[in-house]
Design a protein around this ligand. Structure first.
Ligand code: AMP
Length: 309
């Protein structure tokens, strides 16, 4: 790594904003750090827009009491090195005081789409996500921001947020990066010990099972959910939820139809893991689908193809 290729590291919103002010096309990739290949896929996809800035911030307000905020892995120096190798121009790594200074009190509640699934199991989680992303969006004014479909509900919450608060940010949703056996990459996979790693495969296996039931013609959401939950329980996962919901509303409907999200969450040892698959369900055919057609890497790249930085 050459000295020139090292990204700028900003800890102040004002410093980052000043450095980025004159750029018309750049993309922000918000993360909590401890970067893995899934995060790097976001960076690669975002690079089709222009220069990429990655934020690294373990956001305290999105962790419920008793969750893993204190032990969440923090490895900023290693993260910066990995990002340098990808040509990232800047890393925004604020302190907690920078984003939550004494006296701040504003919180952002996106409403219905934040209620089910992880919203029902992690008190205040999406309020924390929406609040910190509002701070990032308002503070840095990115033209584009990239998020992973791994956190599909988060994508839908932020889509609602950007629409409702008129941020005018083009959102990019990147497919989930998986290990060879199907396990979705996650910083929390580090918590898995011994044969828990094998148990964790049950999440993606359960989703595949649900997909096969759909493909075989099953359309009763309750039947599919029970089958998916069963795969996880049999493997020893302590299930939080296994649900099929409509996209983008996350409404729960009795019959699978149109764009649906099959989403699961559960505990394996100390790790709380989530995963999901999205399908297009028609009367006579079922196909894997992106979360939102307008926000795929291809769609976003096409919109920005003619723009200059
Ligand atoms: P995190 O650091 O866990 O908050 O994740 C930062 C961003 O990376 C979020 O938009 C996540 O959805 C995304 N992400 C995390 N894991 C993956 C993965 N396995 N594949 C694709 N994106 C991911």
């Amino acid at each position: 790594m050459t000295a020139e290729s090292r990204p700028a590291v900003w800890t102040r919103t004002s410093a980052a904003r000043d450095a980025l002010r004159d750029r018309a096309a750049w993309a922000l990739v918000p993360t909590m750090g401890d970067l893995h290949e899934g995060h790097l896929d976001l960076v690669r996809a975002a690079a089709s827009v222009g220069p990429v800035v990655v934020s690294v911030f373990v956001n305290p307000t999105q962790f419920a009491p008793g969750e893993d905020y204190d032990r969440y892995p923090r490895r900023l120096e290693a993260d910066v090195e990995r990002l340098a190798a990808l040509g990232v121009i800047g890393v925004f790594a604020p302190t907690v005081d920078e984003l939550y200074p004494t006296g701040e009190s504003t919180r952002v509640d996106v409403g219905a789409v934040a209620r089910p699934l992880c919203g029902a199991h992690r008190a205040g989680h999406f309020e924390g996500v929406a609040t910190v992303c509002t701070k990032l969006f308002a503070g840095l004014r990115p033209p584009v921001a990239a998020f992973g479909e791994k956190d599909a509900q988060q994508c839908l919450v932020l889509h609602r947020l950007v629409e409702d608060l008129r941020f005018g940010i083009d959102l990019l949703f990147v497919p989930t990066r998986r290990e060879d056996d199907g396990l979705a990459m996650s910083s929390r996979n580090r918590y898995l010990e011994g044969d828990q790693r094998t148990t964790a495969r049950a999440l993606s296996a359960a989703l595949e099972h649900g997909g096969r039931r759909l493909t075989a013609g099953e359309r009763d959401v309750g039947v599919i959910e029970a089958a998916v939950r069963g795969v996880m329980i049999d493997a020893g996962v302590d299930v939080d939820y296994a649900e099929m919901r409509r996209v983008p509303s996350l409404a729960h409907e009795a019959r699978a139809e149109g764009r649906v999200l099959l989403a699961v969450a559960g505990h394996v040892g100390r790790a709380r893991l989530i995963d999901n698959r999205c399908f297009d369900v028609r009367d006579d055919a079922v196909a894997s689908a992106p979360l939102m057609d307008a926000h795929t890497p291809e769609a976003v790249a096409a919109r920005w193809a003619d723009r200059t930085t």
